[in-house]
Design a binder for this molecule. Sequence first.
Ligand SMILES: [Zn+2]
Ligand SMILES: [Zn+2]
Length: 117
Amino acid sequence: MDNVTASEVAGMAVGALLLAATVAAPRVDAFISASQRRSLRMCSRCGDLRVIPCSKCGGAGVVSGGGLLFGLPFLPNPSDERSATAARPPCPECRSKGRIPCPLCSGKLPSSSSPLP
Ligand SMILES: [Zn+2]
Ligand SMILES: [Zn+2]
């Protein structure tokens, strides 16, 4: 009785573990990649790209939705055929580049004094 119960519990535990592993896989993968970057002395945020996708516009370079325009005295020029495009203001965060300097690396050049293994 006890053996059956124990094996059942073990089976449930393994099932739960597999489920948890499946659910947590992306996070674990992200964690591992971050730790790998760290072990490689790469920036854990940008991987030494020095830039990261702009979180404000999602890398699109323009603010979607035009929410910033509401409340601003913005009058689209009716003669401008590209007023639709102009209605989407460039992202002020990344200046329509879609990328922003990595907050962990920006202005912090790799120190030449840090010895590499
Ligand atoms: Zn970085
Ligand atoms: Zn942006």
